[in-house]
Ligand binder design. Structure first.
Ligand code: ADP
Length: 537
């Protein structure tokens, strides 16, 4: 009964590279990529990515070799997502905001053979070349598509667009190497397999409703978990990629209107930025609902609420680099539609349930037992399935620790609600412990965001001789508002939070953020530690 062999007829390794092979054939004349004035069809996108794969092989790249790229969200970055794995190589997309030393560390740790880099990051490129003298550097000049004559264009000319992509020998072969931000030591290199990349692209395409009608705006950096797998997902669907080199609210609104954008992804801080953009930067759109997926940090319900009021339909995703980006989604239930927006937004601010392509999500207590579904008991969110990383490159110890007991340990503390939805209360390292009680910084932030004058807020622990730690709030007020003081913010919290959770100190000003849209809490923790009694109220 079960002695059928796998043959070429009935078994092909899963890989997202296949999506472009198919899209180029099926949607050949359709616009695949928009970048400023430039429009490229799927036939052209396919030909250029194949030329890249072929050129890489001619330059000596062999299966498993690493190719680093440091590029904004421009067409070359999309080409790399197919051309590099299509040459059998592993794509190492480097965070474009990193300083030269961090880039040099990554390119050396990854043992990259080639670096494809935008002219804007020349300083990082120089540091990488010094750290790895044999590194071949290919410079990209982006002038919104008219980039003839660059290193990259000359390099493509050495390749043969008629040569097909290589398929992986095994779907477990590595496709990408993505470094974590390394806030707690050197960055770790997360290795992805073709199988997971393919499945996570399917899971996301399905969750977010992508189709041939999709016009996808690239607000999310493609270097972040391979753009949450959307370079592959949008191509699988045969949608259109709308490139965006740099996020400016005005540009985002213009592109949404002009390119009839249907879908975009962005971290919550970008949503806040769009909501509070000056009226002169905003544009209304009438071409239908615009779906925006957010994640990467917890979106306060006030932010979801505000986006829906602007006419966006919000999808809330959760994930981390170690699981190819988005892995859970807050699936809206039918009866939520009848709820008042603020109540619906509160339900949607939860991280939700596993994507259809993730085997399991559980919340485990300190003894590795599932917590009760009571919405109260805190445990660690753990994930399991085909969209979990292979491990950390050249770091068996951290790999074993993070994947121990057959689960990906996320380091996020969550509760399980009676309806089976998880809600993250904090990253383990961000919890505030005051007088022996745990305070979830996200819970306090959720309340602060509801204050009508507050645009952004982050709460961290401030050392305290009596309580150990107390909550310290850092707050940015909405543009034009100045007459709100700490006492008022604290009084507002008193109406919504238990006494020990109320911030003891409130500091006003801009919040430091990472390039992937997270508030840099460790920077704020340092600031809180250094606050003297007079600076905080
Ligand atoms: P880094 O670890 O470098 O910050 P990641 O993108 O891997 O980069 O970060 C993953 C973390 O981001 C998660 O472990 C979680 O703490 C946080 N996160 C991501 N999405 C959400 C979300 N929807 N809600 C709350 N936290 C989130």
């Amino acid at each position: 009964m079960d002695d059928f062999p796998k043959t070429e007829a009935n078994y092909a390794p899963l890989t997202p590279v296949q999506f472009l092979r198919r899209a180029a054939a099926v949607h050949g004349r359709k616009t695949a990529i928009v970048h400023g004035e430039l429009r490229r069809s799927y036939a052209e996108f396919g030909a250029r990515a194949r030329a890249l794969a072929s050129a890489l092989r001619k330059a000596g790249i062999r299966r498993g070799d690493r190719v680093s790229v440091m590029l904004p969200n421009i067409p070359e970055m999309l080409e790399a997502h197919f051309g590099v794995p299509g040459a059998g190589a592993v794509l190492n997309a480097v965070n474009t905001r990193l300083d030269p030393a961090a880039v040099a560390f990554i390119v050396s740790h990854a043992e990259s053979r080639i670096l494809i880099v935008d002219r804007e990051y020349e300083a990082a490129m120089r540091a990488a070349s010094e750290a790895r003298p044999d590194l071949i550097v290919i410079m990209v000049e982006d002038d919104a598509g008219g980039a003839s004559g660059s290193d990259y264009e000359r390099f493509l000319e050495t390749g043969d667009p008629g040569e097909d992509f290589l398929d992986p020998l095994d779907e477990w072969d590595s496709i990408a190497l993505n470094y974590t931000s390394g806030t707690t030591g050197d960055p770790k290199g997360v290795l992805y397999h073709h199988r997971g990349a393919c499945l996570n692209a399917f899971g996301n395409a399905m969750t977010f409703g992508l189709s041939t009608e999709t016009s996808y705006l690239w607000t999310l950096p493609m270097f972040h978990c391979n753009g949450w797998s959307y370079p592959w997902a949008v191509t699988a669907a045969g949608g259109t990629h709308v490139c965006l080199r740099r996020i400016e609210p005005r540009k985002v609104f213009d592109l949404i209107a002009e390119e009839r954008v249907t879908h975009l992804c962005a971290a919550p801080v970008v949503l806040t930025m769009l909501q509070h953009a000056p009226a002169s930067d905003r544009r209304s759109f009438v071409h239908g609902p615009v779906r925006i997926a957010t994640g990467g940090a917890a979106p306060p319900s006030a932010v979801i609420d505000g986006m829906e009021r602007l006419g966006f339909s919000v999808t809330h995703l959760y994930g981390m680099t170690e699981c190819f980006g988005p892995s859970t989604v807050c699936v809206p239930q039918e009866d939520w539609a009848d709820l008042p927006l603020s109540e619906r937004a509160a339900l949607m601010a939860r991280q939700g349930v596993n994507l259809v392509t993730l085997a399991e999500q559980t919340v485990l207590d300190a003894e590795d037992r599932p917590v009760p579904a009571d919405g109260r008991t805190l445990g660690e969110l753990c994930l399991r399935g085909n969209t979990v990383m292979k491990g950390y490159f050249r770091n068996p110890k951290a790999t074993a620790e993070t994947l121990r007991g057959g689960k990906l340990r996320t380091g996020d503390l969550a509760v399980l609600h009676p309806d089976g939805y998880v809600e993250i209360k904090d990253r383990a390292k961000d919890v505030i412990i005051t007088g022996g009680e745990n305070v979830s910084s996200l819970e306090v932030e959720e309340i602060l965001y509801r204050h009508p004058a507050v645009m952004e807020a982050a709460v961290v622990a401030r050392p305290d001789p009596k309580w150990g730690e107390t909550p310290c709030a850092f707050v940015t007020l909405k543009p034009g508002i100045e007459n709100v003081d700490a006492a008022e913010v604290i009084a507002f919290c008193r109406g919504h939070l238990a006494g020990f959770k109320i911030p003891r100190s409130v500091v006003f000003g801009d919040l430091p953020k990472t390039s992937t849209g997270k508030i840099r809490k460790y920077v704020l923790r340092e600031r809180a530690r250094e606050l003297d009694a007079t600076a905080a109220s």
